[in-house]
Design a protein around this ligand. Structure first.
Ligand SMILES: Nc1ncnc2c1ncn2[C@@H]1O[C@H](COP(=O)(O)OP(=O)(O)OP(=O)(O)O)[C@@H](O)[C@H]1O
Length: 321
């Protein structure tokens, strides 16, 4: 049995149109996605803003009803057994605000332990284990309002583990965190899978995060899965010699007929960095094409392929566009 089995999931939202128009338009947020996550796997949904990641997570955690399709979580049917599913999962939503800032970290976990009916005799031990796990034991008696952003996120994850869920859903777990806190969160999310045998499904728009952390990744764009594999498997879609970075000054032509995206732009120095996949034999042709249209080439470098190259190759856009 898989931990998560998603079949042909679709979700559309009614789009709000201001009066006096009475017509209804629809936003197709998720357009028929299917995938399976094994037990004990760390699975990532990687895609740009608006790709449909949050909608997918909300459906899988029973917070939203799908328009079409269905899913099974730990063998339970999403449409019929929502109560059974809720007992066995938990979620850290994007930018979550459910912690009580006027309580300490310890008091927060105690409060949520009661809400989740954690047996009284297990409560103390479980809270201590979780606070140690996320590195907050020493700060357990400080009020949450005095925690840093990274500490609040660690506590939010500890809170989501209070009911000992078999499957944990994390929506953009490191969004807005500083580098150090992000590394820490990634390390213990990995530990949750390796040592505690949890299944984790997370969403991210950080390629490096997906690449370093996930066992398998589904790249999602405009509500569809456009590739699904291990990080190494995905990178094989791009030949090592095909990933290039071109730094140029001056005008960047529109509609470049190669799969390139602008990944950096500096207005002051009027320079930009283009990245993407270009056949080795095609490279001189591309450079000539750019120069003809007024760009001044500063450098052309071949790079190790990354997941961003895979995304650019598949969509012609950068993940950050
Ligand atoms: N409640 C809603 N009503 C109408 N449209 C919505 C609603 N929620 C999301 N959408 C639209 O559905 C699409 C997918 O949104 P979703 O939040 O699932 O994407 P995402 O990949 O999680 O992006 P982000 O990281 O920015 O949240 C977007 O076009 C969004 O504007």
């Amino acid at each position: 049995m898989h931990a998560i089995e998603v079949s042909n999931l679709k979700k559309r939202y009614p789009k709000k149109i201001p009066l006096p128009f009475r017509k209804v338009e629809w936003v197709e947020a998720v357009r028929g996605i299917s995938f399976k996550v094994k037990k004990g796997e760390l699975f990532g949904l990687l895609g740009p803003n608006g790709a449909g990641k949050t909608t997918t997570i909300k459906i899988l955690t029973t917070l939203l009803e799908p328009t079409e399709g269905n899913a099974k979580i730990l063998g339970y049917d999403l449409r019929k057994d929502a109560r059974e599913i809720r007992k066995r999962i938990n979620l850290v939503a994007e930018g979550e605000r459910t912690l009580y800032w006027r309580l300490s970290g310890y008091e927060n976990l105690k409060y949520f332990a009661r809400i989740y009916y954690v047996p009284k005799r297990e409560e103390k031990e479980r809270i201590e284990k979780l606070l140690r796990f996320v590195g907050l034991w020493e700060r357990r008696n400080d009020l949450v309002m005095n925690y840093s952003r990274g500490m609040k996120q660690r506590l939010a994850i500890a809170k989501a583990l209070i009911n000992d869920p078999e499957v944990l859903f994390l929506d953009e777990p490191t969004l807005g965190l500083d580098v150090q806190s992000s590394i820490f969160v990634r390390e213990f999310v990995r530990k949750l899978v390796d040592e505690e045998r949890k299944t984790v499904l997370l969403t991210t728009h950080y390629m490096a995060e997906a690449e370093q952390l996930c066992d398998r990744i589904a790249i999602i764009d405009h509500g569809k899965i456009i590739a699904l594999d291990t990080p190494d498997g995905l990178k094989k879609l791009v030949k090592a010699e095909d990933a290039v970075e071109i730094r140029l000054k001056g005008r960047i032509p529109n509609e470049i007929p190669w799969r390139l995206a602008i990944i950096e732009r500096d207005i002051e120095s009027d320079t930009a960095l283009l990245r993407g996949t270009v056949d080795e034999e095609d490279l001189p042709k591309l450079v000539e094409w750019l120069v003809k249209r007024g760009a001044k080439i500063i450098s052309v470098e071949q790079k190790e392929p990354t997941l961003e190259d895979v995304f650019i190759k598949l969509t012609g856009r950068g993940l950050r566009d």
